[in-house]
Design a protein around this ligand. Structure first.
Ligand code: THU
Length: 159
């Protein structure tokens, strides 16, 4: 039987590269700015680009629930994909929740698809750092591991 497997890492905040620990701090700042009056689940995301700059986003909900957007897509939608210059190195996600469950947060399915699109476009792996409010961190070195058998534009006839 063919199998699919991937490795992930549990990281400690103190052992992270400075560029990643800065991203964790930025994700926490973004999380504090989340607009989540309906779910009360506040999410922050920071994206490290290969020119050592960051973009950030937080979830932004709406009374018409489907109109809300996740933190990851709020951040990634500001990435200019027309210049093909700045690539994504890493995505860091964190959250605040009153729930008893405080495990590291992994992206929802739509965000996984969005991240996979960018990874496919830039042709280099994106690391995803999934953080918990307690600073537990899980790292996946390649975002496609979060979306096996994913759909991408190779299936489309592009002009
Ligand atoms: N949310 C995110 O921002 N990112 C995720 O990966 C999971 C879910 C948001 C969407 C919604 O505003 C709230 O968390 C509860 O689902």
């Amino acid at each position: 039987m063919p199998t699919y497997s991937f490795t992930f890492e549990r990281c400690l905040l103190k052992d992270l590269a400075p560029s990643i620990s800065k991203a964790v701090a930025l994700a926490k700042d973004a999380c504090a700015k989340a607009y989540a009056p309906y779910s009360h689940f506040k999410v922050g995301c920071a994206v490290l680009l290969d020119d050592n700059t960051y973009i950030t986003g937080s979830n932004h909900e709406n009374a018409a629930y489907p109109a809300g957007i996740c933190a990851e897509r709020a951040a990634l939608s500001t990435l200019d994909m027309s210049d093909h210059e700045r690539k994504v190195i890493a995505i860091i996600i964190t959250y605040q929740s009153a729930s008893e469950k405080q495990d590291p947060l992994s992206p929802c399915g739509i965000c996984r698809q969005t991240i996979a699109e960018i990874q496919h476009w830039q042709k280099s792996p994106i690391a995803v750092y999934m953080c918990s409010p307690l600073d537990e961190i899980i790292k996946v070195a390649d975002a496609t591991h979060l979306l096996p058998f994913g759909f991408n534009n190779d299936y489309l006839k592009m002009d």
